[in-house]
Design a protein around this ligand. Structure first.
Ligand code: SF4
Length: 428
């Protein structure tokens, strides 16, 4: 932590270069894959095209382990030409769905590019359907359209759509709300650590059950588990909540700083937190040291994709000894990223937005040991002899917290190890 404080004191942050142009990022519908796993009694009804249905099926196909809780209501040519009443059709599909699935406690109507192009008002449709099915479940709408959202922004839109349903926190109470989807196993670990620190009033948003809606009000303190929840945070702040500025819980330093920031709100100093969490910290440091050997002195380049790029770059440089050739992120919310930017320091090349051709030209010029990018870009780069890591894997894998730190480092070490094996294989 001393390093964090030292940089914060100097106020050095990287200069941001902004690019606008072509991008190659999955749309917000992709977030349904991890959101439907997390909120175990929610159903996601996409109002879209066959392309949207194919995206979801191919992304989720290999991961489904139970009855699907998402589907696509496909807009036909008559709908797109304005010749059919889409709202009537939607009401019928929803009534059939809810009759068949009494277990569903939250229905999300999810907008797509086609529904956006024909200006189908899903927020109004959700309000109308809520009136019809009032006591049975909650219904809200959000956009996963590729015109408006990248894949992690889909989660932000989903969570923001739930904020109006959150109950009011009683005046005089103080509660901590952890915002952003986490794997169940990570939530369990975090709850244990919060209990060790004496912080008992903790809610996770979203929770595993749709009806577990955390209360919000002026006594709510927001601790962000994910950096891509800007709209959700804005909606929560409008209801009186306040953000606790912190690093994100990636890596040992990030996770410790995250707990220290939360505990400070409950009157606990940083040294007491370090003492209370000394065992998991030491275990995590030992675990990451083993993987560090495979990463140190390697160069890494982040193309803009997941919005996790900045905290990941900080972890890989400060704890794994990697060098950063460039860190690019599709969207930078300075307010939610200030502690990370201070920790990153001024000497990092930071890009916000995307212009695919110029970004790829810089990768080709610097030829880093590893490039973190979207799936569509990875194969062409691999064909040019560059090693890549799909950034979407970082969303699907539990990577936050002390106990996951070696797994997180391992995700970046594996492509490099594979390259070494290929080199050995080609000589033998
Ligand atoms: S929402 Fe748009 S980008 Fe996403 S799958 Fe549907 S058509 Fe494609």
């Amino acid at each position: 932590m001393s390093q964090v404080i030292a940089r914060a004191a100097t106020g050095d942050v990287p200069e941001v270069r902004t690019e606008r142009g072509e991008r190659a990022v999955f749309c917000g519908l992709t977030s349904i894959i991890w959101l439907h796993r997390r909120i175990q009694d929610a159903f996601f009804l996409v109002v879209g095209s066959r392309t949207c249905a194919h995206l979801l099926q191919s992304a989720a196909g290999v991961m489904i382990f139970a009855e699907p809780r998402f589907a696509t209501a496909i807009l036909g040519e008559r709908d797109l030409a304005g010749m059919a009443d889409c709202h009537e059709e939607l009401d019928r599909v929803v009534a059939e769905l809810l009759a068949r699935r009494p277990d569903i406690r939250r229905l999300f109507l999810v907008g797509s590019c086609p529904s956006e192009v024909i200006k189908l008002d899903l927020a109004n449709a959700a309000a109308r359907l809520q009136g019809v099915h009032d006591n049975r479940l909650r219904i809200s709408a959000f956009s996963g359209s590729g015109i408006e959202t990248t894949f992690t922004q889909g989660e932000d839109q989903c969570l923001a759509s739930m904020v109006p349903d959150l109950p009011e926190l009683e005046a005089g109470n103080q509660r901590l709300m952890v915002v952003g989807t986490l794997a169940d196993i990570v939530e369990e670990q975090f709850r244990r650590h919060f209990a060790q620190l004496g912080i008992d009033h903790v809610d996770f948003f979203p929770a595993a059950r749709a009806d577990d809606l955390p209360p919000v009000g002026p006594g709510t303190r927001l601790l962000l588990a994910q950096p891509f929840v800007s709209d959700t945070v804005q909606a929560l702040c409008k209801r009186g909540a306040k953000v606790i500025p912190s690093l994100y819980p990636l890596g040992v330093q990030g996770t410790l700083a995250w707990f220290q920031a939360a505990a400070a709100e409950w009157g606990m100093d940083a040294e007491s937190v370090s003492a209370a969490l000394a065992i998991p910290v030491a275990r995590a440091q030992k675990a990451v040291a083993r993987v560090r050997e495979n990463l140190k002195d390697k160069t890494i380049h982040f193309l803009p994709d997941s919005q996790l790029e900045i905290p990941l770059a900080r972890f890989l440089r400060d704890e794994c000894g990697m060098s950063l050739t460039e860190v690019a992120t599709p969207y930078l919310d300075q307010a939610l990223m200030t502690p990370e930017l201070l920790q990153l320091g001024a000497d990092v090349r930071l890009v916000e937005g995307s212009d695919l051709d110029s970004a790829l030209a810089r990768v080709r010029a610097s030829r880093p040991d590893l490039t973190v990018c979207g799936m569509g870009i990875a194969n062409p780069l691999e064909a040019e002899g560059l090693r890549t890591k799909w950034s979407i894997e970082l969303i699907f894998t539990p990577v936050q917290g002390f106990d996951q730190v070696a797994d997180l480092a391992g995700l970046f070490a594996r492509p490099l190890a594979r390259e070494r094996q290929l080199e050995v294989g080609s000589w033998s």
